[in-house]
Write a protein that binds this ligand. Structure first.
Ligand code: ADP
Length: 462
């Protein structure tokens, strides 16, 4: 039968008492020593024995205490080396069970934390979490990169780190009211990026407050980078404004002349001139609409090039024959230089002819009367062909060079209109060349002429 701890304690006490009395009576009766001396010697002998028994009996408590300390310091991975059936054994078992439960909970929590971290890390949007006091609890990797946040910003306030009063105010309002909010921010710290920020409150769990939604544990802010969207929106708005503006002039002119004709001028001599003006502006309208349609076609998702091997020389000659009349009218000479007859590109004939027509048309339009145009083409590297169109005309100022490929951008609008330009020719060139995987750029000396370069994929004869 196993004794309980209390029983063992009582037996030990009785044993020590009996030992003491035995020693004392032996000393008094057998050795005839005085009572006080006998008692003193009895105590002296019993004390170390009592100490040893005490050590032996409290050893399990020390083991349990050590385990409890280990658990408290977060180091409770090992079990107890105690196998007893008494109260101490059961206490040890209970503590060990508690240790296992705790360990399981800690594992669960750290697994959840890892999962959450992985989830937040995988989100492309920036995430910021603050607590009820408005201090940063967590930011994900995306937000760190978007806003170039330094490490160790936890427990600081968003205003200290992101430096935006509107954001700070919104976060506080959401924590207090619990009502979500959306705001648009331009953050200078993030290279003038524009963000749409959705902020929602984190409700306290019912276990914490008794009532859901009464107080909040903090708020989450989701940062969507809408810079590109804003840019596209601006481009679209500018484009619509530009198209409307471009169409208005010829339309107003056509309407004005048509009304004058209707009001009686039809029978007068000037009628013929009026109709000619109407015709000229209708042609201009038609050209703008054609160029716009071409651009929208190239930009559409369905746009597909019919790729085939094409002789560069044939492409150049075909474009030149299309412009022959205009070239002769300005008494210009065109020299086609250094184009090996066997040089071929891989491309769509219709669109590549359009590229050369647009470049040569500009060289004629902005070239001098009686001036010279040089067209050349060479293989560049292993995979490219570089074609250049050079004129000795008015040239392009340095500050305009990077913008001439934009839609409707013209260095001299009056001159371009006068020459029948729409401001879309180079934009079309750029889009077609890029659709072929090539590049286009220009070099120019104002007053001396310009050279336009195009690269296209080389066709290797098989
Ligand atoms: P446009 O229909 O006005 O010619 P483009 O898109 O073809 O439109 O060209 C844009 C602008 O670039 C022109 O208005 C002109 O100012 C300038 N440009 C283009 N080609 C030349 C060139 N060869 N010489 C001088 N300026 C040029």
């Amino acid at each position: 039968m196993r004794l309980r701890f209390g029983g063992r304690l009582a037996i030990s006490f009785l044993f020590l008492l009996a030992l003491f009395l035995l020693i004392q009576s032996y000393l008094i009766h057998s050795l005839k020593k005085p009572f006080l001396l006998s008692s003193f010697v009895g105590v002296l002998i019993v004390l170390p024995v009592a100490y040893l028994i005490f050590r032996f009996m409290t050893q399990p408590i020390r083991v349990i205490t050590e385990l409890a300390n280990r658990i408290a310091s977060g180091n409770g991975t090992k079990g107890l080396p105690l196998h007893r059936e008494d109260e101490l054994g059961r206490l040890a078992k209970a503590i060990d069970e508690m240790r296992l439960q705790l360990q399981r909970k800690i594992e669960e929590i750290s697994e959840e934390k890892d999962y959450l971290q992985a989830l937040l890390g995988g989100i492309m949007e920036g995430v910021l979490v603050i607590d009820a006091k408005g201090r940063i609890v967590m930011v994900n990797q995306a937000l760190r990169q978007l806003l170039s946040l330094p490490p160790g910003i936890e427990m600081r306030t968003p205003i200290e780190v992101i430096r935006n009063a509107e954001l700070e105010e919104t976060l506080q309002r959401v924590v207090q009211s619990g009502k979500g909010a959306t705001l648009e921010l331009v953050l200078p710290s993030a290279q003038e990026k524009t963000f749409e920020v959705n902020v929602v409150g984190i409700p306290s769990s019912p276990a914490e407050t008794g009532k859901e939604d009464e107080t909040r544990r903090g708020a989450i802010a989701l940062f969507h980078d809408i810079t590109r969207l804003k840019e596209l929106e601006k481009i679209r708005q500018d484009f619509v404004a530009n198209v409307s503006h471009e169409l208005r002039t010829p339309l107003t002119t056509i309407k004005g002349y048509a009304e004058t004709l209707l009001e009686g001028a039809l029978k007068e001599e000037v009628a013929y001139q009026f109709v000619q003006v109407i015709k000229k502006h209708s042609d201009r309208l038609e050209k703008i609409v054609q160029d716009l349609l071409m651009l929208s076609k190239i930009e559409s998702r369905q746009f597909r090039l019919q790729m085939e091997p094409l002789s560069v020389l044939d492409l150049v000659n075909s474009a030149l024959s299309f412009l022959r009349e205009a070239i002769d009218k300005k008494m210009m000479t065109v020299s086609v230089e250094h184009i090996p007859p066997a040089l071929q590109v891989c491309g769509d004939q219709k669109y590549l002819e359009q590229v050369l027509i647009n470049l040569l048309d500009n060289a004629v339009k902005y070239g001098r009367d009686g001036g010279k145009i040089f067209v050349s083409a060479n293989q560049k590297g292993q995979e490219e062909v570089e074609i250049s169109v050079k004129d000795d005309g008015i040239g392009i100022p340095k500050e305009d060079l990077s913008r001439i490929f934009e839609r409707f951008y013209r260095v001299d609008k009056g001159r371009s209109n006068e020459l029948g330009g729409t401001g879309l020719g180079l934009s079309i060139v750029k889009h077609i060349v890029q659709a072929h995987g090539g590049r286009v750029w220009a070099e120019s000396q104002p007053g001396q002429g310009s050279t336009f370069y195009v690269t296209l994929p080389l066709h290797f004869p098989s």
